[in-house]
Each structure stands twice: as structure tokens, then as C-alpha cells.
Design a protein around this ligand. Structure first.
Ligand code: PLP
Length: 388
């Protein structure tokens, strides 16, 4: 469970801490940064420094740690997507920077595969861009992209998911190949592709102009994220930021997406930890926690339980629970655990189209504190046994 100080500080507001078996989600606060990150943030707190210089030097430092070309620290991966979209449309032109999200006189169409429509695309349209779909829900061909690029195309968006790679999308290699031959930049949402570490800088090294990474997945303050890009792209993104808004008096769309110097320093500390961590230990621990939960769920009739074997990305292993009888639902299990004491949060799966699949449930080890796996296993077993 959360420690006594945490319990006390929240109880003053009438809030009870919950057990997080969902994973790193914004709804629950993303991450609980470890002590070295908190210490760095605390140390950073007592003095002022020029934020423009901090952004530049911290970005350089992180880029070197990631083996990436250049990095800008943003208010979450969501803001990285918004700033990048604005940067693609307005570039170096101060008049255009000031005009967004009004895009008149600018190229403003971002191409996205029909199979890759997703809830974070709103972060692109926030800057004023319009999304234009190519391919179909069934799949995408090279010719779909080739015939969709027009003089209004400002970039092609790609959503990277190495854990569940989708064989029916146009691959990033092909996307880059086609877009580059038409001088159109490529942007990648790689928010969760934080492991193996080579993957972090990979997309830009492959030829994309930009990729977004969510720092919530590596124990940074969850309000931070990284824009990873070519030097030129990162410079253009910096022109959209809240800092340029004040420093240059060029008022861009990035002003409300502010981050604090402690958060920037915390992001640096989390990158230092992440790039030097013993990931074999991290993965072994995630496996053990998952296996312990699964051990409580043996011999329950009507369900299939399996420890997942993924180690790529931000959420290794975990337990997959699936009903054998498709007519039954796991919604009550989820709700009863959430309303129980202690309250345990987990969720049913969503399918490719973003629809809820209430016959499946995933348990994530990511947000579980030591010992909580036993509580989750016990309570889950109780609820699943009620289904019979
Ligand atoms: C979490 C996430 C985001 C948003 O990241 P924030 O840092 O929370 O803004 C965007 N895209 C994907 C794929 C994510 O997983």
C-alpha cells in the first residue's frame, strides 16, 4: 500500500489511495517517480535559472543519453505532438506561428492511416491541423499513401507500437520512403516505445523528422514528455513553446503547455536512471509480480489465465484474463474491485477500433507497490469465482 505520509496527505482532502493494477495511465497520475528523481526535483526547486538555457542543455543531455539527434522537453507526449504539428505548419515564420490555430495560407493536412486513428490524434488537431485518412480499416497499401499526398499535405503521422505490431498497416519504413520521395515530413507517436532503449531514438534515426515519447513511462513526473527530432525540427518546436512565447514575444499555441524547472530536472534524472537501470532485474520483477497474481487464479472455472510474455515497450508482462463463455462479462469484476476496500483499479481491454471488449481483462504490474500483487490476486480470485 501507499506509505503513511501519502495516506495522510490525501486523507486531509478526503481521498483514499487506490491500488493501481491498470498500468501507467494519466487518470491515476501516470507514475510515482523514485527517490533520486524526487531528490533532483527538490534540489532544483530553491533557485531560478533561465528556462531557455535549461531546456537547451537538458535537451542536449537527454539526447546524448538516448542516442537521439535532438530532444525538447515538453508538457507530456501530448504537447510534443501539438508543438510538432504547429512546427510543421508554421516552421520559422513568426507571422504563421502567431496565427495558429488559424491555418489559412498554410499547408495544414496531416495524413493518418485509417487503421491508426486513435484518441491522441486530437493533440494534432489542437494546433489547427486537419486529419486526412488514407487506406481503409482493413489495411493500407503503398498506393494509398502515394495517391493521398497533395500540395496541402504538411506531414504524415505514424503510430508506433512494437508490442502489438499491426501487419496490415503501411510500415514506418514504407511511410518514410514514400513521404521522403515527395518531400513530406513524417511524425511518429512512439510514446510508449521506451524499451529497449535503442528504440527511443530509432524512429528519427530511421528518417522520421519527429517522434513523441511519454516520460510517464520511465518514472519521470508524468506531466513531462519528450519531442525527439532532427536538430532542425527541435529548433522549430522550440519556437512554438511557452518559453519562446515569453522570450521572443512571438505568441504561439504552446503557451498553456508550460512545465516547471523542477519537472525538467526530474525528467533528466529519470532518463539518467532509465538508461543506467538493470533492466533484466526490472523485467524479472515484473514477471514475478505477474506470476504471483496468476498463481491466485489457477483452477477458476470458465476463465483462461496467462502471464503475458512481452518485454518490449513500457508495460512488460502482466496477466491476461479471458472468459471462455463469450456471453459473460467482466465489467462487474472491474466495478466490484474498484468499489472494494482497498479500491483496485484495472480495466477491460479495448479492441483495434477502440471498443470495449468486456470478455478480456489485463492486469499490469507497472503501478503495483511491493506486496500489492497478493491483494490483487486474492481479490481478483474472489470476484472471478463469483462469476460461476
Ligand atoms: C500516454 C500516451 C500519449 C500521451 O502522453 P502524455 O505524456 O500523457 O501527454 C500519447 N500517445 C500514446 C501512444 C501514449 O501512450
Amino acid at each position: 500500500m501507499s506509505d503513511n505520509r501519502a495516506t495522510a496527505i490525501y486523507s486531509e482532502l478526503g481521498i483514499k489511495p487506490i491500488i493501481n493494477a491498470i498500468g501507467s495511465v494519466t487518470l491515476l497520475g501516470g507514475s510515482t517517480p523514485p527517490k533520486p528523481v524526487l531528490d533532483a526535483m527538490d534540489d532544483a526547486n530553491s533557485t531560478y535559472v533561465p528556462l531557455e538555457e535549461l531546456e537547451e542543455k537538458a535537451g542536449r543531455y537527454i539526447a546524448d543519453m538516448f542516442g537521439a539527434k535532438a530532444v525538447y522537453i515538453t508538457s507530456g507526449a501530448g504537447s510534443a505532438l501539438t508543438l510538432a504539428t504547429a512546427a510543421f505548419m508554421a516552421g520559422d515564420n513568426d507571422e504563421l506561428i502567431k496565427k495558429l490555430p488559424d491555418t489559412s495560407g498554410m499547408k495544414d493536412e496531416i495524413l493518418i492511416q485509417a487503421r491508426q486513428r486513435y484518441h491522441y490524434e486530437r493533440c494534432l488537431t489542437l494546433a489547427g491541423a486537419k486529419l486526412v485518412e488514407f487506406g481503409t480499416k482493413e489495411g493500407t497499401k503503398r498506393s494509398d499513401l502515394e495517391s493521398s499526398i497533395t500540395e496541402n499535405t504538411v506531414a504524415v503521422h505514424y503510430v508506433a507500437n512494437e508490442t502489438f505490431s499491426d501487419p496490415n498497416v503501411l510500415s514506418l519504413e514504407e511511410t518514410i520512403d514514400i513521404a521522403k520521395s515527395r518531400n513530406v515530413p513524417v511524425m511518429v507517436d512512439a510514446a510508449g516505445q521506451v524499451y529497449p532503449i535503442e528504440n527511443i531514438g530509432k524512429y528519427v534515426n530511421m528518417g522520421a523528422d519527429f517522434s513523441a515519447m511519454a516520460a510517464k513511462y520511465i518514472g519521470a513526473p508524468h506531466s513531462t514528455g519528450f519531442a525527439i527530432g532532427t536538430e532542425e525540427m527541435i529548433r522549430k518546436i522550440s519556437l512554438q513553446s511557452f518559453i519562446a512565447y515569453e522570450m521572443r514575444r512571438v505568441r504561439g499555441v504552446g503557451r498553456p503547455q508550460k512545465i516547471d524547472r523542477q519537472e525538467i530536472v526530474g525528467a533528466v534524472a529519470s532518463v539518467k536512471l532509465w538508461t543506467t537501470l538493470n533492466h533484466e532485474d526490472r523485467l524479472a520483477k515484473a514477471y514475478k509480480v505477474s506470476d504471483t497474481i496468476a498463481s491466485y487464479l489457477k483452477n477458476i472455472q470458465g476463465i483462461k489465465v496467462r502471464v503475458k510474455d512481452n518485454s518490449i515497450g513500457h508495460d512488460p508482462f502482466g496477466v491476461s484474463i479471458e472468459l471462455e463463455d463469450g456471453d459473460q462479462s467482466l465489467i462487474n469484476v472491474v466495478n466490484n474491485l474498484k468499489n472494494g476496500n482497498p479500491s483496485i483499479w484495472l480495466r477491460c481491454n479495448t479492441d483495434m477500433d477502440g471498443n470495449l471488449d468486456d470478455s478480456k481483462l489485463d492486469v499490469s504490474p507497472f503501478g503495483l507497490h511491493e506486496g500489492e500483487e497478493r491483494i490483487v490476486g486474492e481479490k481478483l480470485s474472489e470476484e472471478l469465482n463469483k462469476l460461476k
